[in-house]
Design a protein around this ligand. Structure first.
Ligand SMILES: CC(=O)N[C@@H]([C@@H](O)[C@H](O)[C@H](O)CO)[C@@H](O)CC(=O)C(=O)O
Length: 262
């Protein structure tokens, strides 16, 4: 959301160019400050060859009821009726705290292209409610639930979430993949160990995130420790000083983080 619309389009084009024959599904996020910007991103996503779209609610004037959120999402989904549509529930950032079981129950009747939700709330009761919504138009008869609170992923997966879309998966996929394997093997003791590693990393991210303006700033500084440099965070987040960065890196390293990725 710190990117301009033009920059977001460039990112989409690059992901599709590089990922087209390597990634199963490329979901383009089209959420924005307002509906016209979102619609512009939808049309771009269609032209660029996206496999699906997802949106958060409008970010300045926010939907205040299930009905207003539904109308908003219907307009976005209808702009690309051929693309599967995901609602992106991220209440800690969007401030839209509506009950998702109620919303998705209504949306499944009103939005023909609805396939699921990225669920980034810690309210697992609400998530279970979504898992129980019948979705007759889907092959498995249910909505796809991608969970986004990485610190609680084990709980969500054992309750029936389909997978994860989380920031920390970018740099510690190995931890989560091991956790998924252990869950599938019903080895909850080992799965729990992986989840606890994730929690330890997240604790450090929160602390430095609050120093630098948002967790995203800490994520940006963690990513190049294991992969590409994504550049510095943009204002109102601030850059880390070299001393802060070194301290951050040594705290991450002291956890044993780099061994966890092997
Ligand atoms: C509030 C927030 O940023 N949540 C993250 C999580 O991956 C989060 O960073 C992680 O659970 C650590 O708290 C994602 O659900 C959302 C996200 O990565 C994004 O939309 O960019």
């Amino acid at each position: 959301m710190s990117l301009t619309l033009e920059e977001r389009k460039q990112v989409v084009e690059k992901w599709i160019e590089v990922g087209k024959n390597r990634l199963k599904t490329i979901v383009v996020h089209v959420g924005a400050l307002n509906l016209p910007d979102s619609l512009e991103l939808v049309h771009h996503a269609v032209g660029a060859g996206a496999d699906a779209i997802a949106t958060v609610p409008s970010l300045f004037f926010k939907p205040t009821s299930i009905d207003s959120l539904l109308e908003y999402c219907k307009t976005i989904a209808a702009a690309a009726p051929e693309l599967p549509f995901y609602y992106y529930h991220l209440p800690s950032v969007t401030g839209v705290e509506l009950n998702m079981e109620d919303f998705m129950g209504a949306a499944v009747r009103e939005i023909p292209s609805l396939v699921g939700i990225k669920f980034s709330s810690k309210d697992l009761v609400d998530m279970i409610g979504i898992l129980n919504i019948p979705a007759p138009h889907r092959a498995d008869g249910k909505l796809n639930v991608m969970f986004g609170c990485d610190e609680q992923l084990m709980a969500a997966m054992t309750l029936g979430a389909d997978g994860s879309v989380g920031s920390t998966c970018n740099f510690m996929a190995a931890v989560y993949l091991r956790m998924f394997r252990h869950i599938n093997d019903l080895n909850l003791v080992e799965a729990r160990k992986e989840q606890h590693k994730s929690q330890k990393v997240c604790r450090i991210i929160y602390r430095y995130g609050s120093l630098w303006g948002n967790n995203v700033a800490a994520l940006k500084y963690l990513m190049p420790m294991v992969g590409p440099n994504l550049g510095p965070p943009r204002p109102p987040m601030r850059k880390a000083t070299p001393a802060e960065f070194n301290q951050f890196k040594s705290e991450i390293s002291d956890l044993g983080f780099f061994d966890w990725l092997k």
